[in-house]
Design a protein around this ligand. Sequence first.
Ligand SMILES: *[C@@H]1O[C@H](CO)[C@@H](O)[C@H](O)[C@H]1NC(C)=O
Ligand SMILES: *[C@@H]1O[C@H](CO)[C@@H](O)[C@H](O)[C@H]1NC(C)=O
Ligand SMILES: *[C@@H]1O[C@H](CO)[C@@H](O)[C@H](O)[C@H]1NC(C)=O
Ligand SMILES: *[C@@H]1O[C@H](CO)[C@@H](O)[C@H](O)[C@H]1NC(C)=O
Length: 413
Amino acid sequence: MAQTMMKKIASSACVVIGITRRTSSRSLVTGSKALTAKKEQELPAEREVTKSVFMSQSTDIYTNLALEDWMYRNMDFSKHHVMMVWRNEPCVVIGRHQNPWLESNVPLLTEKDIALARRNSGGGTVYHDRGNLNVTFFTPRERYDRKYNLELIKRALFRGFGVKAVINERQDIIVRDKYKVSGTAAKLGRLSAYHHCTLLVDANKTDLSKALAKRETNATASTPSPVANLTEVNNRVTVDALQTALGYEYMRTPAVTLQDGGQDMISKQRGFQFVNPSEDWFPGLSEIRNELQSWDWCYGRTPVFTVSRSFPVPEELLAPSKLYSATQELSINMKVEKGLISDVTLNIAPGLIESGFHGEASVITHLIGKRFTSEALAALQDAMLTRRDSGERKLDDREQFVAKCFDQVVNTV
Ligand SMILES: *[C@@H]1O[C@H](CO)[C@@H](O)[C@H](O)[C@H]1NC(C)=O
Ligand SMILES: *[C@@H]1O[C@H](CO)[C@@H](O)[C@H](O)[C@H]1NC(C)=O
Ligand SMILES: *[C@@H]1O[C@H](CO)[C@@H](O)[C@H](O)[C@H]1NC(C)=O
Ligand SMILES: *[C@@H]1O[C@H](CO)[C@@H](O)[C@H](O)[C@H]1NC(C)=O
């Protein structure tokens, strides 16, 4: 069904590859001045506003985030509202001020090649894969209306699939009393605003919960809600079918009032448009993309946090022939600033020291300034090796134990 609907769109509505841009990169500065002047004018009447549904042809999270950002910065939405839909290859997207190590299982993401991205808007962490539809509503700042958007999605679910959803006080879309099928966040600027949400259609819930597994630290992480796939409610819901249903619902609804304008309204809009997010169509896009993909942005923007862990020292590593009354533990505290280790405290069990472990400060200081990743471990092992006078290139059992503890601190959730 989705297939035939898409064909129908392709033959009747306007389909373009890429979009016509209003401003070239050279005129961006003057472009925004013109927009400022415009802001002082009245907003156009609702009937003067037309709508488009953009369908991004990219499934790369950084490209899509960059496109979103580009549109937000460069397009004029006063007479033209846009709803953009897209999907991504598996990735985890955190909010602008969040901590990736806290909100997701970073080592697993690295291992499974799941991208991590930090977006420009606030809000919580979401998992995406191809079974997940992302929707962004662009409007002028004054016409930002989260409730309108969510209501529209709710209507599309009902009109298209008979799925009854409710919008709760946290502005999540809920099905079957408690299951969340959406995540929502927004960015409000001086002139333009956007509101984006994710809709879980048939996302891999196993991967989702693994990817979002939380680490225990002192920083407060957000509380997760139970989630559901829309296919569980109605198996006719597919990402394609939902995209189409949403697109039509968007176009049959006037720009500001939640009314059903029916077929008449649809015919007044600009229709579905395929968007190819490339540098040719969106000058400056790759620069935005590169920045969004950089380590400094994704990880380096993390607020300061500390991690502490204690490990019982195996008996065979303790000095023999001694009886220790207290538990013999190695405890590690790390402070991480801008994604880099800024302070380390190591409390070494007396039995470990007496058995010959030299946890000199010089070794530990090699960790300072290293990224809170396996890079730090490599540095630690290196430092332990070069410290030895014997020239032997192998860690002894005690050093291996310490290295393993550090590994757990960095790489285990
Ligand atoms: C899709 O929506 C979610 C939830 O608001 C957001 O975290 C994510 O960044 C959006 N994806 C893109 C590519 O903008
Ligand atoms: C979506 O959720 C349903 C119900 O939990 C599950 O049967 C289905 O396998 C999930 N889809 C994926 C791709 O994990
Ligand atoms: C979810 O992904 C895992 C691999 O990451 C795979 O083994 C499993 O079959 C997937 N589940 C569904 C329902 O597709
Ligand atoms: C949290 O902080 C307290 C005091 O600052 C410290 O004693 C405790 O070990 C920390 N816990 C974790 C899990 O970092």
